[in-house]
Design a protein around this ligand. Sequence first.
Ligand code: GLU
Length: 478
Amino acid sequence: MKIRTRFAPSPTGFMHVGNLRTGLFAWLTARNAGGEFILRLEDTDKNREVEGSANHILECLDMLGLNRDEGLDVGGPYAPYKQSERLHIYRAWAQKLIDSGRAYADPYTAEEVQAFREQAQQEKKAFLYRNHRPENPRAWDGTTPLRFKADPKSYTWHDEVMGELHTGPEVIDDFILIKSDGYPTYNFAHIVDDAEMQITHVIRGQEFISSTPNYLNLYEALGLELPIFATMPHIMNEQGNKKLGKRDGAKDVLSYIEEGYLPETLLSFIATLGWNDGTEQEVFTRQELIDSFSLSRVQKSGARFDEKRLLWMNGQFIRALSNDDLYKRVASYWPASAESADENYKHSVLALAKDRLKTLHDLPTLTTYFFEEPVLDMDLITGNKQLKKLATPDIIAMLQSAMDTFDDLSIWTPEAIQESLNNLLDTTGQKPGVLFSLVRIATTWSPFSPQLNDTLALMGKEKTLKRLENTIQHLSEA
Ligand code: GLU
């Protein structure tokens, strides 16, 4: 049997990590088994539709490299893959249910249903549509909802992630198949489509688990074989105590790209939200994921969304890139002053900064002073735990000795600079934390920089001396 999985998003706004993870796990399940991955757009709720969502979905999938074998943008033998273009198909399946006496025209107005609800409440009973089936339903003409006539019973079923699940007949009820606007409900349409499209694995979020017994009932009524079900665990906030919300980072996945995260980081990060390969490995390449993914290693319990881990992982992926590849990726992140700078120089700057980059966005902070004269910012000294304790004359004296030592250097290499920095520690009796921080700030005026000797070497002797001198002058005048 060829494994066929599908990702079936609704075009109702941006995709966050949770949505995309469902797509990723479906894609990985297919790729791991040499199966097929299908993209279907579930656009039957016209009230919730947000313009541009379908393109956004494609962009997100492309960003992670989740290629489709069939679907919305690539077509295939079961086209169309957009539910709003498949209404005739749902009609035909609905007719089968009408013919077998398993669907009826819902005769009630909203007010009448409300009255039933209140009555049930008074009687302290659960409200169920199936307790109000019309005795002589009229023929369905499409102007009222078409409702499924359920067959209440207990179910035990297997979920690849959640294990054995069991429910009683009380959860089974008559639900709407086709709404009065002519569109099918998700409950009906996805079952029809999954059957028509020969889907073998239904991989989706937890919000559908409570409806699954009703789906099982419908599969039976339609005489369909069951697919394999796999329910994804929730994604929790960093503390792990509640579901991830907007405030904890449930935002548009593409905004991470704008913030300077690499697509391969997001792929590995999202894959490890609730899945591991059974080892301690945390960072996975695309091929490693394909090779080792299995639904049986998806955990039941919620997965913690930890942005610090994402940031750390991004640093790992940045360092794993070749310098040339990284150079291409940072093209739009350089400070404006780097625009006309020499390419070779930029390559060298980037090679230095690479070790400290956590996101591509950090590039200007780490490199601007290589391209333009930095603006002196005394807060960097007064806000520094070690440096703020020093009196200005002592700072000036230290900078002056640094200038003198550097001035004496006949070769300007990282090694020579390091040696004179070490000598300076001896002559000034200062700790590296003090001396090196001071020299770094006085020459870069940036809160971070790559390693000091490398930075100064690349900056050049002349610039280094000039900047030290400027700082001394500024401090003397203050
Ligand atoms: N259209 C549903 C959603 O976006 C898909 C659920 C499913 O995968 O079956 O939540």
